[in-house]
Design a protein around this ligand. Structure first.
Ligand code: ASP
Length: 593
């Protein structure tokens, strides 16, 4: 119960009144969501966080209140007093929990007025995002937006309850720190006390959580902000939230079920859905071969099929050459793709080229034979090809011949796109899987050196350790990603906890010993003081909430997000600063050339 300046006390929320309250005198406070003036009667839908209640201003009940209600505009803040009554038969609103009743207003107060709004607060607003973000506090009045934050709050609670029950300790780690190893660009904070020196905002608490394991904390978690100065092309934010976890003495197969339990608890509490466990596991190579991506969306089939052997040494020179050169021919059956027009198919060819392939061959399986720009080259392999792809009349087959993994990734993108276009994606389903056995390192042509696929502290699989000296590209990591509906929801690994292996890894990545000491010296030193075996994971909380809320973009579940250009239309950050502040920091701006 809250007191207002006028001494009125709120007796109920706007979501609370039911038929059982009929006859009671109540006091409600909230915003005038909609106002309808029916001449004789004025209706105001009063809204607070809990819901909407219809308030009726009837001159027969109170001429004064009725007259006053004529002044009320959208989003005025009101306190109303009145009697709960049943709505007249036929005027109930079954869509509203309070839809059986209304409040007959005897007196009311305008607690505050509102300027006309920059946009209407309807659920499906078409308002430009920059405007919504500038007035985010108004945007957030929309029940749809509020709902996302209720889900977010439920996720925090479910995660904390679950992890605490599993013996995890919640620990905060510094924001003003040094560069961390996630491989993105750092946000820097200049130091005033040590002029010319900078803190880096953490890209993740990676190094600190490993130190907490050296400290003997055994099970740590933190719901923590991370900062990465990346180009925000995709659905990324410069600051985002992770559920960050680290454990000691557990191997992968002991650790992953703990994470599964957390997801199960979250989905159960927020959506009332029981995710089946154990989550299926796909090796990275298998994910790539079958789905053309390490983030496979398992809600639909459309699996890629290897057809390389069918074209080896065959008539179709273009394909035969690729296979002879060590490449692959990957095929995709699009069931019922027959109606795809010539223009659609040309569009797919262009999309494949845009994704880096030399081309794409499409084949229509008609009742009277194959139809394709290269039909005559396919005659010889027609039967085995149809059998391999389990093709039926009315299907379209897509073939890409290229080096791996390119052939698969190109087709994987088309797989995703076609599933959307042909409505093969069930909208309310969640399909979760682990992708494991990632490569440890990948070759960077640009920098002419090996790069860590996860980060430099990820352990190689024991049996692959010798490959670090002989064939690093084939070494697999003890890394795992959690994928939900084709989106990466979490990623982590078992860590290197022995100094010698860590040094070997740095050497492989071309990080010289002095550089390693300079960047991660404190961690390397800690590893020399009895570091236990350890491993962990970080889950993208914003992404999880977006999935649970059915939102495409994580911006919809972040209170005050940045635009894709990294700006905040509400505060106008980032902004120039006072010359005096720069002087204190010992910073002089150099004019851009
Ligand atoms: N620090 C890693 C990340 O932010 C996660 C982990 O390895 O636990 O991606």
């Amino acid at each position: 119960m809250t007191a207002t300046p006028g001494g009125w006390r709120r007796s109920h929320t706007c979501g609370e009144l039911r038929a059982a309250h009929v006859g009671q005198t109540v006091t409600l406070m909230g915003w005038a969501f909609r106002r309808r003036d029916h001449g004789g009667l004025i209706f105001v839908d009063l809204r607070d966080r809990e819901g909407l209640t219809q308030c009726v201003f009837n001159p027969a009940t109170s001429a004064e209140a009725h007259a006053g209600a004529q002044e009320v505009r959208a989003e005025f803040v009101l306190a109303v007093q009145g009697t709960v009554q049943r709505r007249p038969p036929g005027t109930e609103n079954p869509k509203l929990p309070t839809g059986e009743v209304e409040v007959q207003v005897s007196q009311f107060r305008i607690l505050n007025e509102s300027k006309p709004l920059p946009f209407p607060l309807e659920d499906q607003t078409e308002v430009e995002e920059a405007v919504r973000l500038k007035y985010r506090y108004l945007d957030m009045r929309r029940p749809q937006v509020l709902r996302n934050f209720v889900i977010r709050d439920q996720v925090y609670r479910a995660v904390r309850d679950y992890l605490h029950a599993q013996g995890f300790l919640e620990v905060e780690t510094p924001f003003l720190t040094r560069s961390t190893p996630e491989g993105a660009r750092d946000f820097l904070v200049p130091s005033r006390l040590a002029r010319g020196s900078f803190y880096a905002l953490p890209q993740s608490p990676q190094l600190f959580k490993q130190l907490l394991m050296v400290a003997g904390f055994e099970r740590y978690f933190q719901i923590v902000r991370c900062f990465r100065d990346e180009d925000l092309r995709k659905d990324r934010q410069p600051e985002f939230t992770q559920i960050d976890i680290e454990t000691s003495f557990l191997d992968r197969d002991e650790f992953l079920p703990i994470v599964e339990g957390m997801l199960v608890e979250v989905w159960r509490r927020v959506r009332g859905i029981t995710l089946p466990t154990p989550f299926p596991r796909l090796a990275y190579d298998e994910a790539l071969a079958r789905f053309g991506t390490d983030k496979p969306d398992l809600r639909f089939g459309l699996e890629l099929v290897d057809c390389s052997d069918l074209f080896r040494g065959g008539q179709f020179q273009a394909f035969a050459q690729v296979v002879a050169g060590g490449g692959a021919v990957k095929g995709l059956r699009v069931p019922g793709g027959g109606p795809l027009s010539r223009k659609d198919l040309d569009g797919l060819v262009e999309a494949a080229k845009g994704a880096g392939a030399k081309g794409l061959v499409w084949v229509k399986v008609n009742p009277d034979g194959l139809q394709s720009p290269v039909t005559k080259f396919l005659e010889a392999v027609k039967q085995p090809l149809l059998a391999r792809l389990a093709a039926e009349p009315g299907d379209v087959l897509l073939l890409v011949a290229d080096q791996m993994p390119l052939a698969a990734t190109v087709l994987g993108r088309l797989r995703q796109e076609l599933a959307q276009r042909l409505n093969l994606v069930p909208p309310h389903e969640f399909r979760v899987c682990w992708v494991i056995d990632f490569p440890l390192v990948e070759w960077s042509e640009e920098e002419r050196r090996w790069d860590a696929v996860h980060h430099p502290f990820t352990a190689p699989r024991d049996e692959d350790l010798p490959l670090l000296d002989t064939d690093p590209g084939r070494a697999r990591a003890k890394a795992y990603d959690l994928v939900i509906n084709g989106q990466e929801a979490a990623g982590g690994s078992i860590r290197i906890h022995q100094q010698a292996v860590q040094e070997k890894m740095f050497k492989l990545l071309g990080i010289a010993p002095q550089e390693a000491r300079a960047r991660f010296g404190f961690l390397l030193e800690a590893l020399e003081f009895g570091a236990p075996p350890m491993g962990g994971i970080a889950a993208g909380l914003d992404r999880l909430v977006a999935l649970l809320a059915g939102e495409e973009s994580i911006r919809e579940v972040i209170a005050f997000p940045k635009t894709q250009k990294g700006t905040c239309p509400l505060t106008d950050a980032p902004a120039p600063v006072d010359p005096g502040q720069l002087k204190d920091l010992g910073i002089r701006l150099v004019e851009e050339p």
